[in-house]
Design a protein around this ligand. Structure first.
Ligand SMILES: NC(=O)c1ccc[n+]([C@@H]2O[C@H](COP(=O)([O-])OP(=O)(O)OC[C@H]3O[C@@H](n4cnc5c(N)ncnc54)[C@H](O)[C@@H]3O)[C@@H](O)[C@H]2O)c1
Length: 274
């Protein structure tokens, strides 16, 4: 796996994905500043922690002084009220990009989500160039982040790799996750591509390991040198074989976004014109 000499900040570095990523990146970057409202576990030798709320732009801008690149993971990782989504996921992502601009930081890696495209049927194989199709307000906040990253590239030249993370955990959490699981090691490989690859502009890839039947064409990631080493099948446990129970299984099991599609859904499957 490649390395980077960059001093990086990881917003949300105390969370599940952030902690796993820190372990996978510990000897591959110059230093890691954890930017999070929650105290992380034990710090590594080249790690520091700054208690910062990403909703506070001034605080965040101060915290990112002296950083070369930002990996942005902080926020709500699931469906919430519109107020929560706007104040943390949307405004927080804006604050990250704005803090990058003010501090002359040229690289951002954005922890986007499969839920930006969760309303595609599972039968449809999509690529990063297909239109966004969010399955929730949460997914919509990831669309915002990807789009704003594009604005900040076009206006200011800040380069962002949007990683639409599938299911990041020690093992695929359920049957749906078998199609989109990503190991920390493979996610770290994508982050390093985001930190270093010269061809990144505002570029979107899927954060997925080697899975038997992916719903996603990840050719863009492949063209950037991504070669996942882990397989969902090898990591699977007993819980992986089951779809999680849902009040509307006909919806949850039809669309890629699974249970996120079910929230407030009226139960009728609608097809869009291509
Ligand atoms: N876990 C997955 O499988 C998965 C899948 C797709 C996308 N993602 C994305 O990856 C990121 C991390 O997800 P996770 O599963 O580790 O979630 P998590 O909840 O474990 O971690 C999120 C972290 O963000 C921090 N945070 C929340 N609000 C904050 C604020 N206002 N200011 C500063 N820090 C704040 C939390 O304290 C936490 O440490 C999220 O952006 C999520 O949308 C995760």
């Amino acid at each position: 796996m490649q390395r980077s000499d960059k001093r990086i900040a990881i917003t949300g570095g105390s969370g599940r994905v952030g902690t796993a990523l820190r372990n996978a990146l510990s000897d591959k970057v110059a230093s890691i500043k954890i930017v999070d409202i929650v105290e992380p576990g034990e710090l590594g030798p080249r790690e520091t922690w700054d208690r910062v709320n990403i909703a506070d732009g001034n605080e965040l801008t101060r915290s990112l002084v002296g950083v070369d690149a930002v990996v942005h993971l902080a926020g709500y990782p699931n469906e919430r009220s519109i107020e929560d989504i706007l104040s943390v996921n949307v405004l927080g992502t804006h604050n990250v990009l704005e803090a990058a601009r003010q501090n002359g930081i040229e690289r951002v890696v954005f922890g986007s989500s499969n839920h930006a495209v969760g309303f595609y049927p599972r039968q449809t194989r999509i690529s990063d160039t297909d239109p966004m199709r969010p399955d929730s307000l949460y997914g919509l906040s990831k669309c915002w982040g990807e789009l704003e990253a594009g604005l900040y590239f076009d206006k200011f030249g800040i380069r962002t790799l949007n990683i639409r993370i599938g299911n990041a955990g020690d093992r695929p959490s359920d049957a749906r996750a078998l199609n989109m699981w990503v190991s920390a090691r493979d996610l770290a490989q994508l982050v390093l591509i985001g930190l270093e690859h010269p061809d990144i502009t505002c570029t979107t890839v899927f954060g997925v390991s080697r899975v038997p039947s992916s719903w996603w064409n990840n050719d863009t990631a492949t063209s950037l040198g991504y070669a996942p080493t882990d397989t969902a099948e090898a990591a699977a446990g007993p819980e992986t074989q089951r779809e999680r129970p849902s009040p509307l299984p006909q919806i949850a099991e039809f669309f890629q976004g699974g249970r996120f599609c079910v929230i407030d859904h009226d139960g009728k499957i609608r097809q869009r014109l291509p």
